[in-house]
Write a protein that binds this ligand. Sequence first.
Ligand code: SF4
Length: 460
Amino acid sequence: MTLVQPADTRLAASVDRSIQLIQTGKAAGSTCSPDLAKGPWEFDAGPVAYGPGSSMGDVIPTGSPRQGALPESYKTASDAELHDRIRAAKATLGERVVVLGHFYQRDEVVEHADFVGDSFQLANAALTRPDAEAIVFCGVHFMAETADLLSTPDQAVILPNLAAGCSMADMADEESVEACWAELEDVYGDLTATDAAGRVPVIPVTYMNSSAALKGFVGRHGGLVCTSSNARTVLEWAFERGQRVLFFPDQHLGRNTAKALGVPLEQMPMWNPRRALGGSSADELLDARVILWHGFCSVHRRFTVDQIAQARIDHPGVQVIVHPECPMPVVDAADAAGSTDFIVKAIQAAPAGSTFAIGTEINLVQRLAAEYPQHEIFCLDPVVCPCSTMYRIHPGYLAWVLEELVAGRVVNRITVSDEVAEPARVALERMLAAKPPASVAPVDSGRDAPADAPRSTVEA
Ligand code: SF4
Protein backbone atom coordinates (compact mmCIF):
# COMPACT_ATOMS: atom_id res chain seq x y z
CA MET A 1 0.00 0.00 0.00
CA THR A 2 1.41 3.39 -0.96
CA LEU A 3 0.24 6.29 1.05
CA VAL A 4 1.58 9.72 0.28
CA GLN A 5 2.13 11.89 3.28
CA PRO A 6 1.17 15.53 2.78
CA ALA A 7 4.07 17.55 1.40
CA ASP A 8 4.96 21.21 1.75
CA THR A 9 4.95 21.56 -2.01
CA ARG A 10 1.29 20.73 -2.22
CA LEU A 11 -0.24 24.18 -2.42
CA ALA A 12 2.12 25.07 -5.26
CA ALA A 13 -0.08 22.72 -7.29
CA SER A 14 -3.43 24.27 -6.42
CA VAL A 15 -6.04 23.67 -9.12
CA ASP A 16 -8.27 26.23 -7.37
CA ARG A 17 -5.58 28.83 -7.91
CA SER A 18 -5.18 27.81 -11.56
CA ILE A 19 -8.92 28.24 -12.07
CA GLN A 20 -8.93 31.70 -10.48
CA LEU A 21 -5.92 32.82 -12.54
CA ILE A 22 -7.42 31.55 -15.79
CA GLN A 23 -10.82 33.06 -15.13
CA THR A 24 -9.39 36.46 -14.21
CA GLY A 25 -7.22 36.47 -17.33
CA LYS A 26 -3.96 36.29 -15.34
CA ALA A 27 -2.98 32.95 -16.81
CA ALA A 28 -3.46 31.26 -20.14
CA GLY A 29 -5.70 28.26 -20.46
CA SER A 30 -9.35 27.34 -20.21
CA THR A 31 -11.73 25.73 -17.77
CA CYS A 32 -14.81 23.66 -18.51
CA SER A 33 -17.12 25.92 -16.47
CA PRO A 34 -17.00 29.50 -15.17
CA ASP A 35 -18.81 28.22 -12.08
CA LEU A 36 -15.67 26.41 -10.92
CA ALA A 37 -14.49 29.70 -9.44
CA LYS A 38 -17.48 29.81 -7.07
CA GLY A 39 -17.84 28.30 -3.61
CA PRO A 40 -19.55 24.86 -3.67
CA TRP A 41 -22.23 26.16 -1.28
CA GLU A 42 -23.66 28.16 -4.18
CA PHE A 43 -24.67 24.85 -5.74
CA ASP A 44 -25.68 23.15 -2.50
CA ALA A 45 -28.43 25.76 -2.16
CA GLY A 46 -29.75 25.19 -5.70
CA PRO A 47 -31.45 22.25 -7.41
CA VAL A 48 -29.84 18.88 -6.71
CA ALA A 49 -27.12 18.48 -9.36
CA TYR A 50 -23.53 17.33 -9.65
CA GLY A 51 -22.41 20.90 -10.14
CA PRO A 52 -19.54 22.34 -12.19
CA GLY A 53 -16.79 20.03 -13.37
CA SER A 54 -16.56 16.81 -15.30
CA SER A 55 -19.94 15.40 -14.26
CA MET A 56 -21.98 18.57 -14.84
CA GLY A 57 -23.69 17.03 -17.89
CA ASP A 58 -24.66 13.81 -16.09
CA VAL A 59 -28.19 13.16 -14.87
CA ILE A 60 -28.24 12.96 -11.08
CA PRO A 61 -30.64 10.39 -9.55
CA THR A 62 -33.69 11.77 -7.82
CA GLY A 63 -33.34 11.58 -4.07
CA SER A 64 -29.56 12.13 -4.12
CA PRO A 65 -28.34 13.49 -0.78
CA ARG A 66 -28.15 17.23 -0.54
CA GLN A 67 -26.10 19.32 1.79
CA GLY A 68 -27.77 21.68 4.22
CA ALA A 69 -26.71 25.30 4.41
CA LEU A 70 -23.18 25.93 5.52
CA PRO A 71 -23.05 28.58 8.28
CA GLU A 72 -22.25 31.99 6.82
CA SER A 73 -18.96 32.44 8.66
CA TYR A 74 -17.44 29.53 6.74
CA LYS A 75 -18.56 30.92 3.39
CA THR A 76 -17.12 34.38 3.98
CA ALA A 77 -13.88 33.36 5.69
CA SER A 78 -10.67 33.94 3.76
CA ASP A 79 -8.52 31.01 2.69
CA ALA A 80 -6.00 31.90 5.37
CA GLU A 81 -8.67 32.06 8.08
CA LEU A 82 -10.09 28.67 7.10
CA HIS A 83 -6.60 27.24 7.08
CA ASP A 84 -5.97 28.48 10.63
CA ARG A 85 -9.38 27.31 11.89
CA ILE A 86 -8.84 23.82 10.50
CA ARG A 87 -5.39 23.62 12.04
CA ALA A 88 -6.67 24.82 15.38
CA ALA A 89 -9.58 22.37 15.40
CA LYS A 90 -7.31 19.50 14.47
CA ALA A 91 -4.86 20.47 17.20
CA THR A 92 -7.66 20.53 19.75
CA LEU A 93 -9.03 17.17 18.64
CA GLY A 94 -5.58 15.57 18.44
CA GLU A 95 -5.75 11.77 18.16
CA ARG A 96 -9.54 11.88 18.40
CA VAL A 97 -9.81 12.58 14.68
CA VAL A 98 -8.16 11.31 11.51
CA VAL A 99 -8.55 13.25 8.27
CA LEU A 100 -8.32 11.34 4.99
CA GLY A 101 -7.70 13.10 1.68
CA HIS A 102 -8.32 11.46 -1.68
CA PHE A 103 -5.75 11.93 -4.45
CA TYR A 104 -8.36 13.89 -6.45
CA GLN A 105 -9.18 16.32 -3.66
CA ARG A 106 -8.21 19.98 -3.86
CA ASP A 107 -4.87 20.88 -2.33
CA GLU A 108 -6.37 23.36 0.12
CA VAL A 109 -8.06 20.34 1.75
CA VAL A 110 -5.35 17.74 1.16
CA GLU A 111 -2.80 19.81 3.05
CA HIS A 112 -4.74 19.03 6.24
CA ALA A 113 -5.00 15.30 5.61
CA ASP A 114 -3.26 12.77 7.82
CA PHE A 115 -3.23 10.35 4.89
CA VAL A 116 -3.53 10.88 1.16
CA GLY A 117 -4.28 8.03 -1.22
CA ASP A 118 -6.93 6.23 -3.22
CA SER A 119 -10.21 5.20 -1.68
CA PHE A 120 -9.26 1.74 -0.49
CA GLN A 121 -5.83 2.83 0.72
CA LEU A 122 -7.51 5.50 2.79
CA ALA A 123 -10.14 3.18 4.27
CA ASN A 124 -7.29 0.90 5.31
CA ALA A 125 -5.25 3.82 6.60
CA ALA A 126 -8.06 4.61 9.00
CA LEU A 127 -7.57 1.12 10.50
CA THR A 128 -4.20 2.30 11.79
CA ARG A 129 -6.04 4.83 13.97
CA PRO A 130 -8.51 2.69 15.95
CA ASP A 131 -8.58 5.22 18.77
CA ALA A 132 -9.86 8.02 16.56
CA GLU A 133 -13.49 8.75 17.38
CA ALA A 134 -14.08 10.38 14.02
CA ILE A 135 -12.83 9.67 10.52
CA VAL A 136 -13.30 12.70 8.30
CA PHE A 137 -13.23 11.44 4.72
CA CYS A 138 -12.43 14.18 2.22
CA GLY A 139 -13.59 12.23 -0.81
CA VAL A 140 -16.98 11.12 -2.07
CA HIS A 141 -19.92 9.21 -0.63
CA PHE A 142 -19.02 5.61 -1.56
CA MET A 143 -15.57 6.13 -0.05
CA ALA A 144 -17.05 7.19 3.27
CA GLU A 145 -19.30 4.13 3.16
CA THR A 146 -16.28 1.87 2.62
CA ALA A 147 -14.53 3.50 5.55
CA ASP A 148 -17.62 2.86 7.67
CA LEU A 149 -17.61 -0.81 6.61
CA LEU A 150 -14.03 -1.20 7.79
CA SER A 151 -14.08 1.01 10.89
CA THR A 152 -15.18 0.07 14.39
CA PRO A 153 -18.82 0.67 15.43
CA ASP A 154 -17.68 3.40 17.80
CA GLN A 155 -16.03 5.43 15.06
CA ALA A 156 -18.07 8.03 13.20
CA VAL A 157 -17.25 8.46 9.52
CA ILE A 158 -17.94 12.00 8.35
CA LEU A 159 -18.31 13.28 4.78
CA PRO A 160 -17.80 17.07 4.95
CA ASN A 161 -20.32 17.73 2.16
CA LEU A 162 -23.20 15.29 1.65
CA ALA A 163 -23.55 16.42 -1.98
CA ALA A 164 -20.20 14.81 -2.75
CA GLY A 165 -21.49 11.70 -4.45
CA CYS A 166 -20.01 10.06 -7.54
CA SER A 167 -21.73 10.17 -10.91
CA MET A 168 -20.23 6.84 -11.94
CA ALA A 169 -21.31 5.06 -8.76
CA ASP A 170 -24.78 6.53 -9.28
CA MET A 171 -25.01 4.93 -12.74
CA ALA A 172 -25.57 1.53 -11.17
CA ASP A 173 -28.28 1.59 -8.52
CA GLU A 174 -29.32 -1.46 -6.54
CA GLU A 175 -32.78 -1.66 -8.07
CA SER A 176 -31.43 -1.73 -11.65
CA VAL A 177 -28.79 -4.31 -10.80
CA GLU A 178 -31.38 -6.53 -9.07
CA ALA A 179 -33.58 -6.25 -12.18
CA CYS A 180 -30.62 -7.17 -14.39
CA TRP A 181 -29.90 -10.20 -12.20
CA ALA A 182 -33.48 -11.39 -12.57
CA GLU A 183 -33.27 -11.05 -16.36
CA LEU A 184 -30.00 -12.95 -16.42
CA GLU A 185 -31.70 -15.72 -14.47
CA ASP A 186 -34.29 -15.93 -17.24
CA VAL A 187 -31.48 -16.43 -19.77
CA TYR A 188 -29.09 -18.65 -17.81
CA GLY A 189 -31.49 -20.49 -15.53
CA ASP A 190 -30.56 -21.22 -11.91
CA LEU A 191 -27.69 -18.83 -11.18
CA THR A 192 -26.40 -21.07 -8.38
CA ALA A 193 -26.18 -24.23 -10.51
CA THR A 194 -22.66 -25.29 -11.49
CA ASP A 195 -21.40 -26.81 -14.74
CA ALA A 196 -19.04 -29.78 -15.07
CA ALA A 197 -16.12 -27.46 -14.22
CA GLY A 198 -17.84 -26.33 -11.04
CA ARG A 199 -18.63 -22.85 -12.40
CA VAL A 200 -21.85 -20.94 -11.90
CA PRO A 201 -23.35 -19.08 -14.92
CA VAL A 202 -22.27 -15.60 -13.80
CA ILE A 203 -20.22 -13.96 -11.06
CA PRO A 204 -21.05 -10.34 -10.19
CA VAL A 205 -18.07 -8.00 -9.73
CA THR A 206 -18.43 -4.42 -8.58
CA TYR A 207 -15.76 -1.75 -8.77
CA MET A 208 -14.86 -0.14 -5.46
CA ASN A 209 -16.50 2.99 -6.88
CA SER A 210 -20.02 1.81 -6.11
CA SER A 211 -22.49 2.07 -3.28
CA ALA A 212 -22.27 -0.17 -0.22
CA ALA A 213 -25.61 -1.61 -1.34
CA LEU A 214 -23.96 -2.97 -4.49
CA LYS A 215 -21.01 -4.32 -2.56
CA GLY A 216 -23.63 -6.10 -0.44
CA PHE A 217 -25.35 -7.36 -3.59
CA VAL A 218 -22.20 -9.02 -4.94
CA GLY A 219 -21.44 -10.39 -1.49
CA ARG A 220 -24.84 -12.07 -1.42
CA HIS A 221 -24.42 -13.54 -4.89
CA GLY A 222 -20.96 -15.09 -4.68
CA GLY A 223 -19.14 -12.10 -6.15
CA LEU A 224 -16.56 -9.62 -5.03
CA VAL A 225 -15.25 -6.07 -5.23
CA CYS A 226 -12.27 -4.90 -7.29
CA THR A 227 -10.08 -1.82 -7.39
CA SER A 228 -8.33 -0.41 -10.42
CA SER A 229 -5.14 -2.00 -9.04
CA ASN A 230 -6.45 -5.54 -8.69
CA ALA A 231 -9.18 -5.75 -11.36
CA ARG A 232 -7.19 -8.30 -13.35
CA THR A 233 -6.68 -10.59 -10.36
CA VAL A 234 -10.35 -10.29 -9.47
CA LEU A 235 -11.49 -11.18 -13.00
CA GLU A 236 -9.18 -14.20 -13.00
CA TRP A 237 -10.68 -15.26 -9.66
CA ALA A 238 -14.16 -14.86 -11.09
CA PHE A 239 -13.41 -16.81 -14.29
CA GLU A 240 -12.23 -19.74 -12.18
CA ARG A 241 -15.61 -19.83 -10.49
CA GLY A 242 -17.98 -18.57 -13.15
CA GLN A 243 -18.62 -18.97 -16.85
CA ARG A 244 -18.87 -15.21 -17.18
CA VAL A 245 -18.78 -11.96 -15.20
CA LEU A 246 -21.31 -9.18 -14.71
CA PHE A 247 -19.08 -6.12 -14.19
CA PHE A 248 -20.38 -2.79 -12.87
CA PRO A 249 -20.52 0.17 -12.81
CA ASP A 250 -17.48 1.14 -14.98
CA GLN A 251 -17.62 -0.32 -18.47
CA HIS A 252 -14.16 1.01 -19.31
CA LEU A 253 -12.29 -0.61 -16.43
CA GLY A 254 -14.16 -3.85 -17.18
CA ARG A 255 -13.44 -3.73 -20.91
CA ASN A 256 -9.78 -2.70 -20.56
CA THR A 257 -9.11 -5.39 -17.98
CA ALA A 258 -10.96 -8.18 -19.81
CA LYS A 259 -9.28 -7.23 -23.10
CA ALA A 260 -5.86 -7.49 -21.45
CA LEU A 261 -6.87 -11.00 -20.37
CA GLY A 262 -7.65 -11.93 -23.96
CA VAL A 263 -11.44 -11.74 -23.86
CA PRO A 264 -12.70 -10.79 -27.36
CA LEU A 265 -14.71 -7.57 -27.60
CA GLU A 266 -17.58 -9.51 -29.23
CA GLN A 267 -17.96 -11.39 -25.95
CA MET A 268 -18.35 -8.22 -23.89
CA PRO A 269 -21.89 -6.97 -24.48
CA MET A 270 -22.97 -3.79 -22.77
CA TRP A 271 -25.87 -3.86 -20.31
CA ASN A 272 -28.10 -0.82 -20.69
CA PRO A 273 -30.54 -0.93 -17.76
CA ARG A 274 -33.18 0.96 -19.74
CA ARG A 275 -33.47 -1.77 -22.40
CA ALA A 276 -34.80 -5.34 -22.30
CA LEU A 277 -31.98 -7.82 -21.66
CA GLY A 278 -29.74 -4.78 -21.43
CA GLY A 279 -29.98 -4.29 -25.19
CA SER A 280 -28.52 -7.69 -26.17
CA SER A 281 -30.13 -10.85 -27.47
CA ALA A 282 -30.34 -13.98 -25.35
CA ASP A 283 -27.81 -15.63 -27.70
CA GLU A 284 -25.37 -12.75 -27.21
CA LEU A 285 -25.72 -13.07 -23.46
CA LEU A 286 -25.20 -16.83 -23.64
CA ASP A 287 -21.98 -16.23 -25.59
CA ALA A 288 -20.82 -13.43 -23.28
CA ARG A 289 -17.71 -13.68 -21.11
CA VAL A 290 -18.05 -10.24 -19.52
CA ILE A 291 -21.29 -8.25 -19.36
CA LEU A 292 -20.36 -4.59 -18.97
CA TRP A 293 -22.64 -2.19 -17.17
CA HIS A 294 -23.40 1.04 -19.01
CA GLY A 295 -21.43 3.25 -16.60
CA PHE A 296 -18.40 5.52 -16.90
CA CYS A 297 -16.40 8.15 -15.08
CA SER A 298 -16.96 11.57 -16.59
CA VAL A 299 -13.48 12.68 -15.51
CA HIS A 300 -11.71 9.90 -17.40
CA ARG A 301 -14.07 9.99 -20.35
CA ARG A 302 -12.68 13.41 -21.23
CA PHE A 303 -9.35 11.93 -22.37
CA THR A 304 -9.02 11.25 -26.10
CA VAL A 305 -6.70 9.68 -28.63
CA ASP A 306 -6.34 13.11 -30.28
CA GLN A 307 -4.99 14.54 -27.01
CA ILE A 308 -2.38 11.79 -26.93
CA ALA A 309 -1.40 12.49 -30.54
CA GLN A 310 -1.06 16.20 -29.75
CA ALA A 311 1.04 15.50 -26.66
CA ARG A 312 3.40 13.39 -28.76
CA ILE A 313 3.74 16.21 -31.32
CA ASP A 314 4.26 18.92 -28.71
CA HIS A 315 6.52 16.86 -26.43
CA PRO A 316 8.67 14.39 -28.37
CA GLY A 317 9.61 11.51 -26.07
CA VAL A 318 6.66 12.08 -23.75
CA GLN A 319 5.38 9.06 -21.83
CA VAL A 320 1.62 8.90 -21.73
CA ILE A 321 0.12 7.14 -18.73
CA VAL A 322 -3.64 6.94 -18.29
CA HIS A 323 -6.05 5.50 -15.76
CA PRO A 324 -7.96 2.34 -16.83
CA GLU A 325 -11.25 4.22 -16.36
CA CYS A 326 -10.37 5.86 -19.69
CA PRO A 327 -12.02 4.53 -22.87
CA MET A 328 -10.28 1.57 -24.51
CA PRO A 329 -8.87 3.49 -27.53
CA VAL A 330 -7.19 5.91 -25.13
CA VAL A 331 -5.71 3.08 -23.06
CA ASP A 332 -4.53 1.39 -26.25
CA ALA A 333 -2.88 4.58 -27.52
CA ALA A 334 -1.12 5.31 -24.21
CA ASP A 335 2.28 3.97 -23.24
CA ALA A 336 0.89 2.50 -20.03
CA ALA A 337 -2.29 2.43 -18.01
CA GLY A 338 -2.84 1.80 -14.35
CA SER A 339 -4.34 2.93 -11.08
CA THR A 340 -3.41 6.14 -9.32
CA ASP A 341 -0.90 4.11 -7.31
CA PHE A 342 0.62 2.81 -10.55
CA ILE A 343 0.88 6.34 -11.93
CA VAL A 344 2.58 7.64 -8.78
CA LYS A 345 5.07 4.75 -8.74
CA ALA A 346 5.85 5.15 -12.45
CA ILE A 347 6.73 8.80 -11.89
CA GLN A 348 8.76 8.01 -8.80
CA ALA A 349 10.75 5.38 -10.70
CA ALA A 350 11.52 7.51 -13.76
CA PRO A 351 14.95 9.08 -14.35
CA ALA A 352 15.13 12.85 -13.84
CA GLY A 353 14.21 14.83 -16.93
CA SER A 354 11.34 12.55 -17.98
CA THR A 355 8.21 14.02 -19.50
CA PHE A 356 4.78 12.63 -18.64
CA ALA A 357 1.31 13.33 -19.99
CA ILE A 358 -1.11 11.92 -17.41
CA GLY A 359 -4.71 10.94 -18.02
CA THR A 360 -6.35 11.21 -14.65
CA GLU A 361 -7.98 13.84 -12.42
CA ILE A 362 -6.17 17.15 -12.57
CA ASN A 363 -5.72 17.70 -8.83
CA LEU A 364 -3.49 14.62 -8.67
CA VAL A 365 -1.65 15.58 -11.86
CA GLN A 366 -0.83 19.13 -10.72
CA ARG A 367 0.24 17.80 -7.31
CA LEU A 368 2.59 15.29 -8.91
CA ALA A 369 4.00 18.05 -11.11
CA ALA A 370 4.81 20.11 -8.00
CA GLU A 371 6.18 17.18 -6.02
CA TYR A 372 8.46 15.91 -8.80
CA PRO A 373 9.98 19.07 -10.30
CA GLN A 374 12.78 16.97 -11.83
CA HIS A 375 10.19 15.86 -14.41
CA GLU A 376 7.83 17.67 -16.72
CA ILE A 377 4.35 16.45 -15.84
CA PHE A 378 1.12 17.73 -17.35
CA CYS A 379 -2.50 16.70 -17.70
CA LEU A 380 -3.40 15.13 -21.03
CA ASP A 381 -6.59 17.22 -21.12
CA PRO A 382 -5.63 20.87 -21.70
CA VAL A 383 -8.96 22.08 -20.26
CA VAL A 384 -9.06 22.38 -16.47
CA CYS A 385 -12.06 20.27 -15.45
CA PRO A 386 -11.88 18.64 -12.02
CA CYS A 387 -14.21 15.96 -10.69
CA SER A 388 -17.51 17.72 -9.93
CA THR A 389 -18.15 15.88 -6.71
CA MET A 390 -14.66 15.99 -5.23
CA TYR A 391 -15.00 19.74 -5.86
CA ARG A 392 -17.92 19.85 -3.42
CA ILE A 393 -15.48 19.38 -0.52
CA HIS A 394 -14.07 22.81 0.29
CA PRO A 395 -11.96 23.92 3.27
CA GLY A 396 -15.08 25.67 4.57
CA TYR A 397 -16.86 22.32 4.98
CA LEU A 398 -13.78 20.71 6.53
CA ALA A 399 -13.51 23.56 9.04
CA TRP A 400 -17.23 23.22 9.83
CA VAL A 401 -17.23 19.45 10.53
CA LEU A 402 -14.06 19.72 12.62
CA GLU A 403 -15.32 22.64 14.68
CA GLU A 404 -18.58 20.80 15.23
CA LEU A 405 -16.55 17.87 16.57
CA VAL A 406 -14.71 20.24 18.89
CA ALA A 407 -18.14 21.36 20.14
CA GLY A 408 -19.09 17.73 20.75
CA ARG A 409 -21.38 17.38 17.72
CA VAL A 410 -21.07 14.86 14.91
CA VAL A 411 -22.50 16.17 11.64
CA ASN A 412 -22.74 14.51 8.22
CA ARG A 413 -22.18 11.01 9.57
CA ILE A 414 -22.26 8.24 6.95
CA THR A 415 -23.47 4.86 8.18
CA VAL A 416 -24.09 1.57 6.43
CA SER A 417 -26.81 -0.63 7.90
CA ASP A 418 -25.79 -4.02 9.33
CA GLU A 419 -27.98 -5.72 6.74
CA VAL A 420 -25.91 -4.22 3.93
CA ALA A 421 -22.58 -4.14 5.74
CA GLU A 422 -22.38 -7.87 6.45
CA PRO A 423 -22.47 -9.11 2.82
CA ALA A 424 -20.48 -6.05 1.67
CA ARG A 425 -17.65 -7.05 4.02
CA VAL A 426 -17.83 -10.58 2.59
CA ALA A 427 -17.33 -9.12 -0.90
CA LEU A 428 -14.35 -7.07 0.31
CA GLU A 429 -12.83 -10.08 2.11
CA ARG A 430 -13.14 -12.16 -1.07
CA MET A 431 -11.28 -9.42 -2.92
CA LEU A 432 -8.47 -9.40 -0.38
CA ALA A 433 -8.21 -13.19 -0.52
CA ALA A 434 -8.28 -13.36 -4.33
CA LYS A 435 -5.01 -14.49 -5.83
CA PRO A 436 -4.10 -14.76 -9.53
CA PRO A 437 -4.07 -18.39 -10.71
CA ALA A 438 -0.49 -19.64 -11.17
CA SER A 439 -1.25 -20.74 -14.71
CA VAL A 440 -2.03 -17.24 -16.00
CA ALA A 441 0.99 -15.27 -17.21
CA PRO A 442 1.04 -11.52 -16.70
CA VAL A 443 0.17 -9.46 -19.75
CA ASP A 444 2.70 -6.82 -20.77
CA SER A 445 1.40 -4.72 -23.57
CA GLY A 446 2.67 -1.33 -22.45
CA ARG A 447 4.73 0.52 -25.06
CA ASP A 448 7.81 2.36 -23.88
CA ALA A 449 6.68 2.43 -20.29
CA PRO A 450 9.11 3.97 -17.80
CA ALA A 451 12.06 1.61 -17.43
CA ASP A 452 11.56 0.70 -13.80
CA ALA A 453 7.83 1.09 -13.66
CA PRO A 454 5.36 -1.78 -13.50
CA ARG A 455 4.48 -2.54 -17.13
CA SER A 456 1.02 -3.68 -18.01
CA THR A 457 -1.95 -2.36 -19.90
CA VAL A 458 -4.01 -2.52 -16.76
CA GLU A 459 -2.04 -2.84 -13.61
CA ALA A 460 -2.25 -6.27 -12.00
S1 SF4 B 1 -13.25 10.86 -10.53
FE1 SF4 B 1 -14.94 9.72 -11.50
S2 SF4 B 1 -15.14 7.82 -10.31
FE2 SF4 B 1 -13.90 9.27 -9.08
S3 SF4 B 1 -15.40 10.33 -7.76
FE3 SF4 B 1 -15.17 11.58 -9.61
S4 SF4 B 1 -16.83 10.89 -11.00
FE4 SF4 B 1 -16.58 9.32 -9.40
